[in-house]
Design a protein around this ligand. Structure first.
Ligand SMILES: [Zn+2]
Length: 382
């Protein structure tokens, strides 16, 4: 077994399931393993508590630039219930390595660590490289937010996620909130003259999916298309013969770059207040995330595309539907791309796996990227 496969196997065998708010140090055993492994392979490593004993791990390999190239990925995984393969065995079969986190995202993490260890052992270091393994990506992104607060000031970032070896430069953000329509209630045999909140809900859905969506459609972005608004859940009523007092809808609003999800929420609240008045209440958003739109012409991004092309991979930028930590890193003006072995279709699945051929190819790509001088060296221009 190669060093890379061996490292990934060891990391899959250390469970790091996101506790989704329960106060458990879920990823810390893995963070400690990464810190120890990195130190043994010539990297400067440290742990940083984010919350509840949960730690990010930072590993640095100094090179010829002051500002680092950031390799970022997450330590946590989703749950293992219902898996059809042993989540923590890391079994190899048919050229695949199976297990929870094999592609999302311990595969990319193993690739990053191995490429940094190669460089520590031998070779030019045209830039400082900093790896951040962060907690809580699968829940509310506290790990990446804590990392941003460290002010690492990277000149570019590669975020490790399964992208089937493509360079992802764009994805949407989102805002989810609940909208409640209210009425006076009463006996359903005497509905006359009373507001039925189902009627209000029907008019709201008609507006959101019709007129409002048409407005959103007018603002499409390259690679990912326009923002969208979808009512995804609805609940209401208390009995078959009771006029309902309330109906609550959940909306899933996908955002594009330039839209602040909090501002999107405030606009929706004001819009519905103006149209439907006090009978409608829009609760604070329970999920917000930012969109990513990295300029493919940025020198770091086009440089990384060049590395992909040199390995016979498709260098064209790609947009995806799901969110990543890259959009939070990009909020600080850092050109950020997402890259890694394995397919997003395999992430979170009952038989999650990473193809070994892609794992090894990703290692070659990242190792080559670390040897590519992307940024002006300290004390001298390129
Ligand atoms: Zn992931």
């Amino acid at each position: 077994m190669s060093h890379l496969e061996d490292l990934l196997t060891q990391m899959i065998r250390i469970p790091s399931v996101n506790p989704r708010g329960a106060g458990e140090p879920a990823e810390t055993a893995l963070a400690e393993f990464v810190a120890d492994w990195g130190r043994a392979h010539g990297l400067e490593t440290s742990l940083h508590e984010v919350a509840d004993g949960r730690c990010n791990v930072i590993a640095t390999l100094p090179g010829d630039t002051e500002r680092p190239l950031l390799l970022e990925t997450h330590l946590d995984t989703v749950e293992t219930e219902g898996m059809t393969v042993d989540p923590f065995e890391a079994r190899v079969a048919d050229g695949r390595l199976y297990g929870r986190g094999s592609c999302d995202a311990k595969g990319p993490l193993a690739v990053f660590l191995t490429a940094m260890a190669d460089l520590a052992a031998a070779g030019p270091r045209p830039q400082t490289v900093t790896l951040a393994g962060v907690v809580d990506e699968e829940h509310v992104y506290r790990g990446v937010q804590a990392m941003r607060a460290m002010d690492l000031a990277p000149f570019g970032a590669i975020v490790g996620e399964p992208t089937s070896m493509r360079m992802v430069t764009a994805h949407k953000g989102c805002m989810r909130c609940r909208i409640t329509a209210r009425g006076p209630g009463g006996h359903s045999s005497e509905p006359w003259g009373k507001t039925n909140p189902f009627d209000t809900a029907a008019r709201i859905i008609d507006f959101l999916h019709g007129e409002h969506t048409a407005e959103l459609d007018a603002n499409p972005r390259p690679l990912i298309g326009p923002p969208s608004m979808t009512v995804t859940m609805i609940e209401g009523g208390s009995g078959p013969n009771v006029l309902p007092e309330s109906v609550t809808m959940t909306v899933d609003r996908r955002t594009v770059v330039g839209e602040d999800p909090h501002a999107v929420w405030a606009e929706l609240r004001d819009l519905l207040a103006a149209r439907f008045g006090a009978q409608v209440e829009v609760a604070e958003p329970h999920v917000v995330d930012y969109a990513l739109e990295t300029d493919p012409a940025d020198p770091f991004v086009s440089g990384f595309a060049g590395v992909l092309g040199a390995h016979g991979l498709d260098p064209a930028p790609k947009g995806v539907g799901h969110g990543t930590d890259a959009s939070k890193i990009a909020l600080d003006g850092v050109p950020s791309v997402v890259f890694g072995p394995g397919a997003i279709a395999q992430a979170h699945m009952p038989d999650e796996f990473v193809p070994l051929a892609e794992l090894h190819e990703a290692h070659k790509v990242v190792a080559a990227a670390l040897r590519t001088p992307f940024a002006p060296a300290i004390g001298g221009a390129l």
